[in-house]
Design a protein around this ligand. Sequence first.
Ligand code: ADP
Ligand code: MG
Length: 246
Amino acid sequence: MSKTDAIIDIQNVSKFFGELRALDDVSLSVGSGQKFVIIGPSGSGKSTLLRSINRLEDIDQGSILIDGKDIMDPKNNINRIRMELGMVFQNFNLFPHKTVLDNLTMAPIKLKGLSKKDAEEIGMELLHKVGIQDKAGVFPAMLSGGQQQRVAIARALAMNPKIMLFDEPTSALDPEMIGEVLDVMVALAKEGMTMVVVTHEMGFAREVADQIVFMDHGKILEQGTPGHFFESPEHPRLQQFLEQIL
Ligand code: ADP
Ligand code: MG
């Protein structure tokens, strides 16, 4: 893929926490509409990579372009770039003192200047889409983990992002709730959303991923299609890792 085709263009990125190199010369190009799944052991830099994409972490070396815009360039408004990026975390991170619907409408009203009425209309459509329109008026604590994560996905979508980033979205869920969240993500993938998903749900990866990326110690050790990954993994660290999780 040429640089200009990539909606996420990561080139030679390194990130240090003190002496620790959490990202070590990472390059990755994601085309518009593509789905990337990132796997790798705990501490391998997966979250740091996702967090660097929307500048929750500042990278130390290399460049990250979102839709052609360098996120580290002070001439580019990072908050504007962030509007293109929806992020979903392991622990939902909903606002506990706001209703489900208010969780969805807050950012569109504040950051996009939508009227309350318009924001609520969009919010209700999205709650419908993730199957929890009947919970619009309740507080997050009243919901199951699976429902909370679906609210978090709807909240990210309420900003109408071009790209969705998911950091282990089902890792905090009871097994019976994982499916309902993955179903929402599969539907989103089918609509053509560009997605980068850190997950060890290999069924999801097999079904949805265009490319799977294996990280270890801050480096990308292998990248390829699901077929390649599951049938002919090359790197011994990846073989070892797949044996553990499959
Ligand atoms: P993963 O998501 O793959 O489990 P992370 O990206 O969270 O890995 O972490 C990569 C490495 O960076 C780990 O060694 C972790 O301890 C370290 N790390 C992550 N965030 C910080 C931080 N804010 N300060 C210091 N070290 C960090
Ligand atoms: Mg992580």
